[in-house]
Write a protein that binds this ligand. Sequence first.
Ligand SMILES: [Zn+2]
Length: 396
Amino acid sequence: MTFSKLNSDGVMLFEQPFARVPYENYRKVFRTSQKNIEKEMGAVQTAANELAKRPDADADATLKAIDGMIARVDGLKRKLSDMQETSGSPTLGVMRERFQHLAAVENVESLTAPEFTRWADVRLDRWLVDWCLRNGKEKTARMIATQKGIEKLVDIDLFSDIRRIEDGLTRRSCTEALTWCSENKQALRKLKNTLEFDLRLQEYIELARVGKAQEAMAYSKKHLLSWQETHHDQIIQVATLLAVPPARAFGPYKRLYDLGRWNTLIQSFRLAIYHLSTLPTEPLLHLAMYAGLASLKLPACYGHETRNVDCPVCQPDLGTLAREAPFSHHVNSTIVCRISGKIMGADNMPLAFRNGQVYSREALEEMAARNDGYVVDPRDPGERQKFSELRKVFIS
Ligand SMILES: [Zn+2]
């Protein structure tokens, strides 16, 4: 019975990004709205102050200024309601649906309940979509999402964004990635992430590569110098890069000109966006499978003649996946009492002496009954204590 009880906390361990991704999206909508309000209302305030300073202005000019203010506020109102309609409400809808999906688990009593099976099926579909999206199979991901009706439960948009920005980097353009950085400036700063600097540095290197020294210097002044506090040495080093054209580059300069840096940028970007959304760097499907595989994995799974056809870890594909997972500690599936030779378990609990030696409750109870409530460790006769002071041992 205890095995089939659903551990909903354990289930939730996997679900943080599921709740977090739409939340981050909504936060972005909120922040953009706030910026717009500050900008427009600031302008209205300034115009009002100007007007107040000129009480003797003629009526036409005053009217014009007031009309201008009204137009601004109207524009702001339109912009905000557009934003709420195109991004705000849909994102709230996604959040609502996801929380409902998670809340459904709370009411499930046992792992064998049919509603849990249905819930787990949806979860598996979500994880399959996640796997497809991370492996560039967007079409398949969309197909599964539509067929199963789980569009709001998967992050297709997020991964489309990732792909669009990575495509840019593959074409050796930092534009898309830099826009993303500025949209997420505060969050990246909080994480002490320096992707923006790396991108700026790359744009500078590209200017140096084609010999545009003047432009490179201006670029450095505008975009690199502000990072001086944390990236001083790198900024100094790339300053001399202008004197070393690619054809004559050596050592550190050669490394700066290395086109492989673009791949590193792609990796850094992916890590940054995963980090921001609290998405794990590995597919959720793999993480869930590690947990299952770890409970089955034995050293024998990797032996030549010890493989078992019924064991998932013994199969080559899953075995490869399980390589990272720890070995199960359940090599011996039963613990036998040294005194009685009986198996210890939930109804014949193991009990431990102060010295850590463990025997079954039944055997020790018998011993205590014969010795006025005292028990002695057969392996260490000096170890004598009250039965009631023995510690319970839980097998995990
Ligand atoms: Zn095996």
